[in-house]
Design a protein around this ligand. Structure first.
Ligand SMILES: [Ca+2]
Ligand SMILES: [Ca+2]
Length: 79
């Protein structure tokens, strides 16, 4: 596996955006949008829409993305 980011970098990015609104430990759709557009804009250039990405990351379907769920993004980044 060749993730470009260390777990610490990923964690600090997650916390920066997750704290913007609502639960500071969960990313809402809007927070994820800001995170992706700012940090990983290349993820939205392919066939994936933000909604597809959000649904894919939100494994338990509660409408928010936890840090554990967010780590699924690492797999996409290393593809
Ligand atoms: Ca939040
Ligand atoms: Ca979730």
């Amino acid at each position: 596996m060749s993730a470009k980011m260390s777990p610490n970098e990923l964690k600090s990015i997650f916390e920066k955006y997750a704290a913007k609104e609502g639960d500071p430990n969960q990313l809402s759709m809007e927070e994820l949008r800001q995170l992706i557009q700012t940090e990983f804009p290349s993820l939205l250039k392919g066939p994936n829409s933000l909604e597809d990405l959000f649904k894919e990351l939100d494994k338990n379907g509660d409408g928010e993305v936890s840090f554990e769920e967010f780590q699924g993004l690492v797999n996409k980044l290393s593809q």
